[in-house]
Design a protein. Structure first.
Ligand code: ZN
Length: 371
């Protein structure tokens, strides 16, 4: 395959500012040549403006796309939104989920996203009956990403309970594998491809009982696969966790060996100072959605804490990470609803661009992408 050359008026090469006159050579899916301060060759494809690396969407639930525009229904809360989400989950099939996900991923591709982390928990058929091909829905998502032209990390999600000491019921039955060992057995049958990698997720401390957490974490750690977990998106989760276990969700994850450099905590909205310290010292990455909680569109989902303050909280975790390990991964962006991230919000484009590109890719297990 011949090398294709692109000439960018400006490109962001990881420095504090964009670099002028950048020549890129691309062989297949890899950048193999890079030169800056050069004149534009006549045979190079001309990229005007500023060229960025591919963006990583660190956190997607593709089927939530069907709910867009409904989250502002009068009187709605996170919990009524969740009922709407269950109604969608109840009717999807592998074929319809492929169609929905392919369209969703195509929208991501058009927005500049080249890799998606799909937090996937819709595993089984109606009433929880396994499909003959037990990973039919996960395979549909992998195929959808391939056909939309983006990479995917399928973060196959362990989801066992409807809450602390609550059974799965109704549409939730499609999420469950019974226990973490059965989850691991099913997930081990999934195969990565050139465009797809397999990772793990713990839905939340609500949905995975404490005595099952280590099994999921060990599965990911043994394979050096990314491990993601929803963490403290809602104050109610913190309160229920304290009532059940006498500690915060972050402390519970720390005690069960879930945190670490291969782990990404999603949302991490309502943290204590001690939680931030635990996340930072363990080298855990934070994945945050710039519109959850900050913007009006999804305000119900994460409370009303200002996004900027939460960004400051994540920075604190990132700073602690930097001081204690050599890891360069700190924060990954997630957004299926607003893109690109508002660089102007903080006046620190390199940190945000790293989160949206190389750090996000690393969080998804593609440490050689996004740069
Ligand atoms: Zn989520």
């Amino acid at each position: 395959v011949p090398v294709t050359r692109f000439f960018a008026d400006y490109a962001w090469l990881g420095e504090d500012t964009a670099t002028a006159g950048v020549l890129l050579g691309v062989d297949g899916e890899r950048i193999v040549e890079l030169a800056s301060g050069v004149d534009r060759p006549v045979d190079a494809v001309h990229l005007r403006g500023v060229t960025l690396p591919g963006l990583a969407n660190g956190h997607s639930h593709a089927f939530h796309r069907a709910l867009r525009g409904r989250t502002h229904r009068a009187g709605g809360t996170f919990w009524t939104w969740r009922e709407d989400m269950y109604a969608v989950a109840a009717v999807l099939t592998p074929d319809s989920y492929y169609d929905l996900a392919r369209a969703t991923y195509a929208e991501m591709a058009l927005a500049g996203i080249t890799c998606v982390g799909e937090f996937h928990y819709l595993h089984h058929g109606p009433d929880g009956a396994p499909y003959a091909e037990v990973n039919a829905l996960g395979e549909a998502l992998i195929a959808a990403a391939r056909d939309a032209g983006i990479r995917i990390t399928l973060l196959d999600t362990c989801y066992l309970a409807g809450g602390f000491d609550q059974q799965l019921q109704g549409p939730q039955l499609r999420f469950g594998d019974g226990d973490a060992a059965a989850w691991a057995h099913r997930v081990s049958a999934l195969q990565g491809t050139e465009h797809a990698r397999i990772g793990a997720a713990i839905h939340s401390v609500r949905a995975v009982p404490a005595d099952q957490l280590k099994t999921v974490a060990a599965w990911a750690q043994d394979r050096r696969a990314p491990l993601h977990v929803h963490l403290s998106e809602q104050r109610a989760e913190n309160e229920a966790c304290r009532a059940a276990h006498g500690r915060t969700p972050t402390q519970l994850l720390a005690d069960e060996d879930v945190l670490g450099p291969g782990t990404t905590a999603v949302h991490a909205t309502h943290l204590t100072g001690g939680d931030i310290d635990l996340l930072g010292r363990s080298g855990t990455t934070i994945c945050m959605c710039p519109t959850t909680g900050a913007g009006p569109r999804r305000r119900h989902r994460a409370g009303s804490s200002p996004g900027r303050r939460r960004l400051a909280g994540c920075r604190s975790a990132a700073t602690a990470t930097r001081s204690s390990t050599s890891s360069r991964r700190h924060a990954a962006w997630s957004s299926t609803s607003a893109w690109p991230p508002s660089v102007a919000a903080t006046g620190r484009p390199p940190a945000l661009l790293r989160a949206a590109t190389c750090d996000g890719h690393a969080s998804l297990g593609w440490s050689d992408a996004g740069a």
